[in-house]
Ligand binder design. Sequence first.
Ligand SMILES: [Zn+2]
Length: 112
Amino acid sequence: MLFCRNKVSKTPCPHCHKNLPYESIMYYFWNGAVNEINCPHCDSRIKPEKDVVPFWPAFGIGFFSVVLTGKLYIRFIDDNYVMSLIASAFIGILAMIIEFFYVIKKIKFIEV
Ligand SMILES: [Zn+2]
C-alpha cells in the first residue's frame, strides 16, 4: 500500500504526542498487537493498547464476505464461476480496506 507511505495519521505517540505515520499502523495491521514498535519521532517503545479487530472476527468477516458473495453471485446474478470468483475477491479486498480504516480510527498506542 504505497499510497500511505510517509503520510501521517491522527494517532499520537503516547510519549511525545506527535502523530504516528500510517506505516507504523500498517505494521500493526499485518503483524498484530503483540509486536512493539519504535516511535519514529522519539524512539520510545510503543505498542497498541489492544487488538482493535481481534484476529478471528477479522478472519471471519473476510471469509464470509468472500464466500457469501461467491454464493449469492452464482445464485442471483450469473451462473459464472470465474465472474463470481472475481466478485468475491473484490468484496474481500473491500472488506479488508474497511477493516483497515476502522483500525486507523480506533487504534490507540501505549508505552511499553
Ligand atoms: Zn514518540
